[in-house]
Design a protein around this ligand. Structure first.
Ligand code: PEP
Length: 254
């Protein structure tokens, strides 16, 4: 059984010293929750410092983004070998902020997934619909398209290395949660797609939920059998709030 996975996405927050303080606090608080896999995704500028701070513990490191080429004239970009060099284990790919604000298409997301896998990094692939798409009954269609393109050409064993994060765009940073029923329906849909696409058993890949996860709603999410963990933005910036979310998942095993 895989442990529940709780990922903190710090986005563009924190200097190196702030990041190390937060990481150290999370590391300390997580020692009591060994049944949960805890992952932190600091900004690129803090990865080295946080990597050093996490060296002696079980909390793992993720990057928030990557470029798909191995090296070259790509000003401002970061390659997989640079992330491996910093001991990153995971990388977030296809976050809705990347898709929406930086024009990342499904095809770009697919290239990033492929690059991460080829270098031994584990992608956390984000999918999710906008409010308009949900209102028009397009949720499943959008998620099916995002997954079809992102997984194109990947073998079953490659897909098994992925973690999926269902993040409805309308729930990210808005304080509005998807309901447990909405989340369960999408997670079941994703598992069914993975079964049809790659013959994966229902529990082969972890499927996280993300979107305004807080200490006061984490226990309800952790109690949902379809939810294998969470991707947390805002609430991951405070040790106490994040530790409380980790504790909520402490009693569950996927
Ligand atoms: C996110 O950025 O992936 C996210 C879910 O943010 P928040 O928890 O702040 O909604």
């Amino acid at each position: 059984m895989k442990p529940a996975l709780v990922v903190g996405n710090w986005k563009m927050h924190g200097t190196r010293s702030e990041a190390v303080k937060l990481a150290t606090g999370v590391l300390e608080a997580s020692r009591r929750n060994l049944s949960v896999e805890v992952v932190l995704a600091p900004p690129f500028t803090a990865l080295a410092a946080v990597s050093a701070a996490l060296r002696c513990g079980a909390v793992r490191l993720a990057a928030q983004n990557l470029h798909w080429e191995t090296e070259g004239a790509f000003t401002g970009e970061i390659s997989v070998s640079m992330l491996r060099d910093l001991d990153c284990r995971y990388v977030i790919v296809g976050h809705s902020e990347r898709r929406r604000l930086f024009g990342e298409s499904d095809a770009i997301v697919a290239k990033k997934v492929g690059a991460a896998l080829s270098a031994g990094l584990r992608p956390i692939l984000c999918v999710g619909e906008t409010l308009g798409e949900r209102r028009r009954g397009r949720t499943n269609g959008v998620i099916a398209r995002q997954l079809r393109v992102a997984l194109k050409g990947l073998s079953k064993s490659a897909i098994e290395k992925l973690t999926f994060a269902y993040e409805p765009v309308w729930a990210i940073g808005t304080g509005k949660n998807a309901t447990p029923e909405q989340i369960a329906a999408v997670h079941r849909f994703v598992r069914e797609l993975l079964r049809r696409r790659a013959g994966l058993s229902a529990r082969a890949c972890r499927i996280l939920y993300g979107g305004s996860v807080r200490p006061d709603n984490a226990a309800e999410l952790a109690a949902q059998p379809e939810v294998d963990g969470v991707l947390v933005g805002g609430a991951s910036l405070k040790v106490g709030a994040f530790a409380s979310i980790v504790r909520s998942f402490g009693a569950t095993a996927v």
